[in-house]
Design a protein around this ligand. Structure first.
Ligand code: PRP
Length: 210
């Protein structure tokens, strides 16, 4: 028998929603729920197993074909790009990319080059390129909101979910960049080689998303 169809799940927030979805389909996710420190877990639906990984790594594993499918946020897809099929918008993990600045800051005034701090330099670069605007992009690893507060950047391009982090730090959204939600991605070769199994799974997923 072939190795199980491997689905890479993004650990953390998306993991819970993905497991809920797999259980709604009727798959037994006990092993994933009781995983302890294990990273590869069987999902006893014939021939399926879940691999738990960080978002960027989900894309890497799917792109290289060691996982056939993956669940990852559109934010990571937009930043990393890569060669795979993006088949389904799963509808959960909804948030957005936005440009934010200190409250009351007139971002678009003046002629100087604006400095943007972000965890997503490719997304930020392409957003400003489309506007024909020259910017300096500075990569920050966490709590990007600090950069304008400390005077490092004029603005940030970051994920906004509830808006609480911005609000509590005196920042505000001045422009939406893109809507984000979790997506089902599939390796291009897997889709050809294991078409029947993958299509069956995709249909089950599609008919169980809200
Ligand atoms: C994200 C993002 C914001 C925050 C927005 O960070 O970078 O800081 O969530 O959420 P809110 O609008 O609901 O306040 P995350 O919590 O993922 O942590 P990270 O900085 O480690 O990426």
């Amino acid at each position: 028998m072939n190795r199980p169809v491997r689905i890479a799940l993004t650990k953390g927030r998306l993991e819970k929603d993905t497991v809920d979805l797999l259980e709604k389909i009727g798959f037994d996710c006990t092993a994933v729920r009781e995983k302890g420190r294990r990273l590869i877990l069987p999902v006893p639906d014939g021939n399926l197993e879940a691999v738990l990984a960080k978002a960027n790594d989900v894309i890497t594993y799917v792109e290289h074909g060691v996982c056939d499918m993956g669940v990852v946020g559109k934010d990571t897809i937009m930043e990393m790009k890569g060669k795979f099929f993006e088949l389904v918008d799963l509808g959960f993990g909804r948030c957005k990319f936005a440009l934010a600045t200190k409250k009351g800051n007139d971002f678009y005034s003046g002629y100087g080059i604006k400095t943007i701090a972000t965890k997503y330099p490719n997304v930020a670069r392409s957003f400003f390129e489309k506007k024909g605007m020259d910017t300096e992009i500075i990569k920050i690893e966490g709590s990007v909101e600090l950069a304008p507060l400390l005077g490092l950047a004029d603005g940030i391009v970051d994920i906004v979910e509830t808006g609480t982090t911005l609000r509590e730090n005196g920042l505000e959204v001045i422009e939406n960049v893109a809507d984000i939600s979790a997506r089902l991605i599939v390796n291009t070769v897997s889709l050809k080689m294991r078409q029947a199994e993958i299509e069956r799974l995709v249909k089950l997923i599609e008919s169980n998303i809200n």
